[in-house]
Design a protein around this ligand. Sequence first.
Ligand code: FAD
Ligand code: MLT
Ligand code: ZN
Length: 442
Amino acid sequence: MDDLLARFREAVGEAHVLVEPDVRAGYELDWTGRFLGTTPAVVRPGSTEEVAAVVQACGAAGVALVPQGGNTGLVGGSVPLAGEVVLSLRRLNGLGPIDELAGQVTVGAGVTLAAVQAHAVASGWAVGIDLAARDSATIGGMVATNAGGLAFLRHGGMRDQLAGVEAVLGDGTVVSHLGGLRKDNTGYDLAALLCGSEGTLGVVTAVRLRLVAPVVERCTALVAVEGVAAALGAVGTLRRAGVVLEAAELFLDDGMQLVCDFLGVARPLAAAPAYLLVEWAGEVEDLGVIDAVDAVVADDAGRRESLWRYREAHTEAVNALGVPHKLDVTLPLPALAAFVADVPGAVAAVAPGSRVVLFGHVADGNIHVNVVGPPADDESVDDAVLRLVVERGGSISAEHGIGTAKKRWLHLARTEAELHAFRSIKRALDPSGILNPNVLVP
Ligand code: FAD
Ligand code: MLT
Ligand code: ZN
């Protein structure tokens, strides 16, 4: 290890090899507090060449590493659970000029989503992806997890925003394809492959992003509805009426109470079984096509932000209850309402007395099942929920990825032939198996 630390210092400079326990601590624990590891060192390269040098040094020493961006991942994939070196990409924070003709920009992997959003807005563009962790989540981490988020309904996930990627593979070679050509049919799509690979195939160092047009006339409404089926019905009605939805988010009444208590704010409308937060490009009158129990509408930035807080603060409010088991899943839309009704019973059967908080990106069929109560290492609740999801035709990960948290259940979602192909790809791009070897691929 002393030799390896010396090689790290040579590659990135003494100041960027962090070995003091109190400095390392923030890199060793995940955002939820459920996954805690330990690392001999956090290495912070400042360029692609430095990343390559660190990866080569780890390869030569046979020491594994965990790439880390903002450490906001929710599946235990960004922390050193088996004593890996942490490779922090946050210093790769360059913002390239906006390509006004193509509507694209090249940014460093360590740039936060909020920084790219501000950069795009300053030039009259917008980024087609958004999440509540925007101030900390990095573009490299979002590529690695193929993040979804609040704008998925309108613009798709991270893979849909990609026009190119630069990365360092497991043997230290750099693959770079950042030209951003719209039509470029020249073989394997490495950007698409690296997207969602969770740091197991390459370390993303730079990303070419597609930008989208900003919404000028934006309305936001928090709508009280009778339940999940009514929320889905309202979304369908709005879409059929030609309303261009930018977002359609769902939460339940116990979540509303939890968030109000957590933030110390009043309810924005009378209690109802569920709430649908919709945002669209258009006018307040467009909402007239749906039957709502009650609704609050915002058409200016300040009121819009306060309505979004009721939805976005769910994650922090759940964490404040205790260490959560976070089960991010998708169901076919016709099965969603019954799943939401049945999941508390499935949890109670294996972990009586647990608190279950459900919310999510309803139009995508994506529900976040949060369970607080079982100890961090007790996986019975994870098992019960994920098996129920698969029984109902859903996916065990909608947008957070597999990480270490769901690796045990990947076989429920992927065939043995697919897993064999995964392992072959892993061996080809990371021959010594040093890139995040304990996540995703069983
Ligand atoms: P990290 O947590 O640092 O890492 C995540 C994974 O990516 C790890 O496996 C890590 O090894 C790998 N990785 C990180 N950087 C690189 C790199 N440069 N190269 C290769 N591998 C890398 N997610 C959603 O999809 N939708 C949401 O709506 C959403 N909302 C959230 C809200 C809150 C409040 C929080 C805390 C999290 C939320 N997340 C959401 C989860 C999280 O923000 C995303 O997974 C995000 O993409 C992680 O980015 P990060 O930079 O923090 O990555
Ligand atoms: C969200 O949609 O708010 C995120 O995915 C975070 C979470 O699941 O808590
Ligand atoms: Zn989400």
